[in-house]
Ligand binder design. Structure first.
Ligand code: GDP
Ligand code: IMO
Ligand code: MG
Length: 419
């Protein structure tokens, strides 16, 4: 299950909804930059590193090798879910090969963003970029390293990071580091109390036993390190192929590919966003959709649905089923716009370009709004005609069926299509 836009499509909610159909729920990339929100009856939970199926019993939960783990956030998350009576000691498996976000990775993230000034990425500052940089640079520490000469290895890495902070970034960190390190060392003890294994074996054995595995994407395709709006992206492959490398499963084991998108678009952080709205319509989307970051609380930038970007994402991921989220946020709009092409230097194209720079202007079509409260509906047969038209238009344009429509944040506000 993958996000097709700039993240925050509603992945957490849908993983929770789909979990009853699966035996194993796994995360394969990203880290605590993710914030996946679940609303179940009367409570709300945001998850950052832990897979979103945990409120269902008898499931295996896996944090795969492609994920980067911050023991501080992990500990907080474990504490927060324990308040709801969830204990994952027997059901959560963490890859020995997942990389650790060290306290100094967080500091390096902040130092790097400061140094970039106005060209900054708008990172969540969770240390994601520096951790993946060390992974690819063959300088990282993995969860499996916690069990052998750890302090020695840790001290070496941290010294190298301190050298960078001191001599390259000239970044003042001493007070912060002491505090972070204390929390971090507490966090690794909690982390070590969970099952730490080679999860690629667990996942493949599960598949051989005909168990079904749901892979939960983080971020979205437009934030993919290769295909997103580089450099305003995250540092991992958020697309379907990332599930193969991030879990250790072969491409021919992939079955259904769920692609999840909002009925409009949002982006948090810097970088191009062709359909962004700076007017009252954008503000309405933000207010009604409560578009504020689940991880950082930052206001999300809002705009109309972009079919050029959506088609590109569907292509890259091989999406077989679409899930449309948050249509209810558009309930009050009289006219709804959809971007069906880009005008670049006077030419109109439906093909996603190399770069989404200032030359890229969205070309819109307009559809009448449904002006109906969708949040109260529970069956597709109750959909207003205009909403059916909106769905049909998207399906015709992208050539993939929408099989689930979400009409509110709660688990129950989910409508299965064609049932
Ligand atoms: P994720 O990162 O993809 O899991 O998405 P986030 O949790 O960061 O952001 C999605 C937000 O929209 C959360 O606050 C959800 O509770 C909320 N949400 C999810 N689905 C719907 C929906 O269909 N309608 C509305 N109004 N809110 C939704
Ligand atoms: P979920 O899984 C939305 C954005 C940041 C920034 C860029 C790089 O909840 O959809 P990073 O922290 O990776 O260095 O940030 O990516 N970003 C997200 N935006 N949802 C997310 O995750 C995001 N994770 C990172 O805002 O622009
Ligand atoms: Mg989110």
């Amino acid at each position: 299950m993958l996000g097709l836009q700039w993240g925050d499509e509603g992945k957490g909610k849908i993983v929770d909804v789909l979990t009853p159909k699966y035996d194993v729920i796994s995360r394969f990339q990203g880290g605590p930059n993710a914030g996946h929100t679940l609303e179940i009856n009367n409570f709300r939970q945001v998850l950052h590193t832990i897979p979103s199926g945990i409120f269902h019993e008898n499931k295996l939960n896996v944090i795969g090798n492609g994920v980067v783990i911050d023991p501080i956030t992990f500990e907080k998350e474990i504490e927060s879910i324990s308040k709801h009576g969830v204990n994952l000691h027997n059901t959560l498996y963490i890859s020995k090969k997942a990389h650790l976000i060290l306290p100094t990775h967080r500091l390096l993230d902040a130092a790097s963003e400061d140094a970039k000034g106005i060209t900054k990425i708008g990172s969540t500052l969770k240390g994601i970029g520096p951790t993946y940089r060390d992974k690819i640079g063959r300088d990282g520490l993995r969860v499996g390293d916690l069990f052998e000469n750890f302090i020695e290895k840790y001290t070496l890495k941290v010294q190298a990071h301190k050298d960078l902070l001191d001599n390259y970034y000239h970044y003042d960190y001493s007070a912060k580091l002491v505090e972070l390190e204390q929390e971090w060392m507490k966090g690794i003890e909690i982390l070590k109390s969970f099952k730490i294994v080679d999860t690629e074996h667990l996942i493949n054995e599960s598949l051989i036993e005909n168990k079904s595995v749901l892979a939960e994407g983080a971020q979205g395709t437009m934030l993919d390190i290769d295909f997103g709006s580089y450099p305003f992206v995250t540092s991992s492959n958020t697309i379907c192929a990332g599930a193969c490398t991030g879990l250790g499963i072969a491409p021919n084991k992939i079955g259904n590919v769920y692609g999840i998108f909002k009925a409009y678009c949002t982006r948090v952080g810097m970088g191009p966003f062709p359909t962004e709205l700076f007017d009252i319509d954008g503000q309405n989307m933000r207010d009604v959709g409560r578009e504020y970051g689940s991880t950082t609380g930052r206001p999300r930038r809002c705009g109309w649905l972009d079919l050029v970007a959506l088609k590109y994402s569907i292509m890259l991921n091989g999406v077989s089923e679409l899930i449309m989220m948050k249509a209810d946020v558009l309930d009050k709009f009289g006219i709804i716009k959809i971007c069906v092409g880009y005008e670049i230097n006077g030419e109109i194209t439906e093909k996603f370009p190399f770069e989404l720079n200032d030359q890229v202007k969205p070309v819109y079509i307009e559809l009448p709004g449904w002006q109906t409260d969708l949040t109260q509906l529970s069956d597709q047969n109750e959909f207003p005609e205009e909403f059916n038209n909106y769905i049909n238009f998207i399906e015709e344009q992208v050539g993939v069926p929408i099989t689930i429509a979400s009409v509110g944040p709660n688990r129950a506000q989910t409508i299965l299509m064609g049932q």
